[in-house]
Design a protein around this ligand. Structure first.
Ligand code: HEC
Length: 442
């Protein structure tokens, strides 16, 4: 199916949303929170869910993009202490859309309450992340480009850059909001997953677009791992595989005129994510300021949920001809001149020959089946029979693939053609899925 057509259709919707909210400077805080609350309710009531394997990071990005056609909704709160001034509660609503398998576009709406002061809407950000490489490599780069229009009262501290210090945030909202920031942010996101671990390093350069402002720099680093690297065979809320723990380190690196660590702020934050089988993810982070320029404490928490097939729903609203499910006839068709399953022929020989370590494992089929239901069924169908979003996996060409070849496809994805890479699942979970797929094909 045409992912490109989808992207072209959906983007104006998101941009339209941004401009509507921007135009409501009067009482927009209420609108933002009402809008996100409504979207959440709507999403949990009517939308097909996908269980996401959300990382616990709040600032750091790994190299996994949103699945093509899915929308992720998130709400995040940050409680911050302020030495000279009042403590605050800053919040953002986030809408991440997988425009294609290699491009995720995101809208953020920010607001804050400063205690004994007031509540206000502080601006919006529009982010884009692009994956330049088709396969999984030793280290995986993502290019990040963001435009933001926020005011000086924005306290979500989603990125720390230049000479950002605590005292910048001490004045009253009425004063802070006078400063308008139109900024362009560029980031290089590098990340790698192995044995369940993820390590991610982001470098950032940002520039206020009004003249005479220098480029500013910053960094964010993250490490995380689930509590278990193998899925249990039954649906469970509290099992260790659902919890991912990690730590983030982030801060400013000065600007083009004065580069370096002095006169900037830095934070160390233990982080945790809990991926619930209902499709919700809950995240927590306690950030500690590492020097006297930093806020003493930044406590963050957030909830998110993925809406599977959001693109199809919107397409349908706008008269798209494709139904929500089932047109599997076009699945076998060509995809921009690319044939499904073509990637199977390109699996390296060594990967094809790799043995499945869980072949004899009595739990692997059930655990793999559970994972398949959570992560794959939204595109490949509950029984792997295929939907218009992904081809059948009981087709002859998949039957003939070796377990090693399927493992390789899972690890690398076919991201150019809408098949996500699943290296974010620990190796043993990927083998559990392969074991399940092979059992379906017998
Ligand atoms: C967002 C939708 C989506 C999800 C989720 C998804 N896939 Fe796919 N998958 C695709 C698409 C689209 C293709 C076809 C890619 C192509 O054209 O080569 C595909 C192809 C495949 C193939 C065949 C390789 C090929 O070259 O076509 C396998 C095997 C596969 N997927 C397994 C899985 C498994 C297992 C999961 C869950 C862990 C999964 N997929 C999740 C969309 C998805």
């Amino acid at each position: 199916m045409s992912q490109r057509g989808h992207a072209a259709l959906r983007l104006p919707v998101l941009v339209g949303l941004a401009s509507t909210v921007k135009g409501q400077r009067g009482a927009p805080t209420l609108k933002v929170s009402t809008l996100s609350a409504l979207l959440f309710l709507w999403s949990s009531a009517v939308c097909p869910r996908a269980v996401a394997q959300e990382s616990p990071y709040f600032l750091t990005y790994d190299h996994y993009l949103e699945e093509a056609g899915n929308l992720e909704l998130a709400y995040v709160s940050t409680l911050g202490t302020q030495r000279a001034g009042h403590d605050f509660h800053a919040f953002w609503a986030e809408f991440d859309y997988g425009a294609t398998g290699w491009w995720t576009t995101e809208l953020y709406l920010d607001g804050q309450t400063t205690f004994s002061d007031g509540t206000l809407f502080t601006g919006f950000r529009w982010e884009n992340r692009f994956r330049p490489l088709a396969h999984e490599h030793f280290i995986n780069p993502i290019i990040y480009i963001e435009y933001e229009q926020i005011n000086g009262a924005d306290k979500i501290l989603k990125e720390v850059e230049g000479h950002d210090v605590e005292s910048d945030y001490g004045a009253r909202n009425a004063v802070l909001r006078q400063e308008l920031k139109h900024e362009l942010e560029l980031k290089l996101l590098l990340s790698k997953s192995f044995n369940g671990w993820n390590v991610a390093a982001n470098s950032l350069m940002g520039k206020n677009l009004s003249p005479s402002n220098p480029w500013e720099f910053g960094y964010a680093l993250g490490v995380s791992r689930p509590l278990a690297v193998e899925a249990s065979p039954t649906r469970c809320t509290f099992c260790p595989e659902n919890f991912i723990l990690g730590v983030e380190l982030y801060g400013g690196l000065g600007d083009a005129q004065a580069l370096g660590l002095p006169g900037t702020s830095h934070y160390l934050a233990p982080v945790a994510a809990w991926n619930l089988p209902s499709g919700w993810t809950v995240r927590w982070s306690t950030g500690f300021g590492l020097n006297h320029n930093s806020h003493g404490l930044l406590v963050r928490w957030g909830v998110s949920r993925e809406v599977s097939g959001f693109g199809d729903m919107v397409g349908h609203l706008f008269g798209g001809r494709r139904g929500p499910r089932g047109d599997s006839a076009d699945v076998a068709e060509q995809h921009h001149g690319h044939q499904h399953y073509a990637e199977l022929a390109h699996v390296p020989e060594r990967a094809k020959a790799e043995r499945n370590p869980l072949m004899q494992d009595p739990n692997a089929v059930a655990a793999g089946g559970k994972l398949f239901g959570q992560r794959c069924a939204e595109c490949h169908g509950e029984r792997a029979e295929g939907t218009h979003r992904g081809p059948s996996l009981v087709d002859e060409q998949v039957r003939q693939a070796t377990p090693g070849a399927l493992f390789w496809i899972l690890t690398n994805g076919v991201v150019r053609h809408g098949m996500p890479d699943w290296s974010k699942l620990p190796e043993r979970e990927r083998w559990q899925i392969v074991t399940f797929l092979k059992s379906r094909q017998e």
